[in-house]
Design a protein around this ligand. Structure first.
Ligand SMILES: Nc1nc2c(ncn2[C@@H]2O[C@H](COP(=O)(O)OP(=O)(O)OP(=O)(O)O)[C@@H](O)[C@H]2O)c(=O)[nH]1
Ligand SMILES: [Mg+2]
Length: 346
């Protein structure tokens, strides 16, 4: 699962990347594509770790990729190389500038930048569709396939992103491998000047985002980068001063998690307390395969304690005594925060 920080030059992507990763990549223009994995902060793991005092505590991880906003030949839009790098991501976080950057011409205009980015993605997708249709006709491809591509061409020509089509409206099977930009999940990070970090998202921008099937959040990357460098107790005081309750890092990671429809389940014990990432809707047998393929192969049943239940009773023993331990089969849909112990036999 790789989330790409994407957008136009000078919008603050590398600054966001630094905040998330604790790295200190020089900001300014350009640079290389960079990838780093980030621990997903989770208070539930902190609490479980205090209770079990395990040898090792492992948080879930997410991978972020800083994609430079290299311009195309017109000096405005994105280059073909940048678009290809964007295509390679599993989901997109569009960092939009809402601060004055002396190195970038023009006042900040987040709605315009969102519109421009969307238009570039629509055109890039249309190009793929046209090429595919040309070839399909030449090769006399099955009618069903041609129909699908003609249908998505109509949607794109209408300026609509493919991501707004439900699974019932669009069978994505034949589209796999094309990497349509408008089908990627999209989170907009409105990157503000620190003085306006606590102001809400403007209504017009919020409305446009929901029409595009995208989510949004507000942050101030440069100030967050400073906060990330402070000791934890000073961080809270600094956030209070800005009128913020929580660091953007935590909000951002949660939003990304939600965007990808990811949840965590936990394994606990004296050796390790650990979070595992799965897609919402994953069943117990498949989820156990995240831990080890033997568990999936030899799956017998899962002993499940929801996090809140565990905390209410304070120990596995107390949960069992109270008859609250859930014995679940392979079809059980794992819930966010489930503490799982898998019984298996290989
Ligand atoms: N005032 C203010 N300046 C910011 C903020 N975020 C980034 N900047 C500044 O904007 C400039 C560009 O930031 P970068 O993070 O390098 O931008 P980028 O999106 O990575 O740019 P490219 O790599 O060229 O696509 C730097 O001088 C940052 O210090 C912010 O939240 N507020
Ligand atoms: Mg950069």
């Amino acid at each position: 699962m790789r989330i790409g920080l994407v957008g136009f030059a000078g919008s603050g992507k590398t600054t966001v990347f630094n905040t998330m990763t604790g790295l200190q990549i020089p900001v300014g223009f350009g640079g290389e594509l960079r990838i780093a994995s980030v621990k997903v902060p989770d208070e539930r793991i902190d609490a479980l770790s205090r209770i079990f005092s395990p040898k090792k505590t492992t948080y879930a991880e997410m991978v972020f990729c800083d994609v430079p906003g290299e311009h195309g030949a017109d000096k405005k839009g994105l280059s073909a190389k940048a678009l290809q790098q964007i295509r390679d991501q599993d989901a997109l976080c569009l960092v939009v500038r809402d601060f004055v950057n002396p190195a970038v011409e023009g006042d900040p205009d987040p709605l315009r930048d969102l519109e421009n980015f969307h238009t570039e993605c629509v055109f890039a997708d249309l190009e793929i569709v046209e090429r595919r249709l040309d070839r399909a006709r030449r090769e006399k491809a099955p009618k069903l396939e041609i129909d699908t591509f003609e249908r998505i061409r109509a949607v794109l020509e209408d300026g609509r992103p493919l991501r707004t089509l439900t699974a019932a409206e669009l069978d994505r099977g034949p589209l796999r491998g094309y990497g349509f930009l408008t089908d990627q999940k999209l989170l907009l990070a409105l990157n503000r000047d620190e003085s306006r970090a606590a102001e809400p998202m403007p209504d017009a921008l919020g409305a446009r985002l929901s029409a595009l099937g995208a989510a949004g959040l507000v942050l101030s990357a440069s100030v967050e980068a400073e906060i990330a460098g402070l000791p934890p107790d000073e961080q809270t005081a600094f956030l209070d001063d800005l009128g913020l309750r929580e660091s953007a890092l935590a909000r951002f990671i949660r939003a990304s998690y939600g965007l990808l429809d990811l949840i965590s389940f936990f394994t606990v014990g004296p050796d390790e307390v650990r979070a595992w990432t799965i897609r919402r809707g994953t069943r117990a047998r498949e989820a156990s395969g995240r831990i080890h393929s033997d568990l999936e192969r030899g799956f017998i049943r899962a002993e499940v304690i929801p996090y809140d239940v565990f905390m209410a009773f304070g120990s596995e023993h107390a949960v069992k005594e109270a008859g609250k331990l859930q014995l679940e089969g392979k079809e059980y849909v794992v819930q966010d925060g489930d503490i799982m112990h898998v019984r298996f036999n290989v």
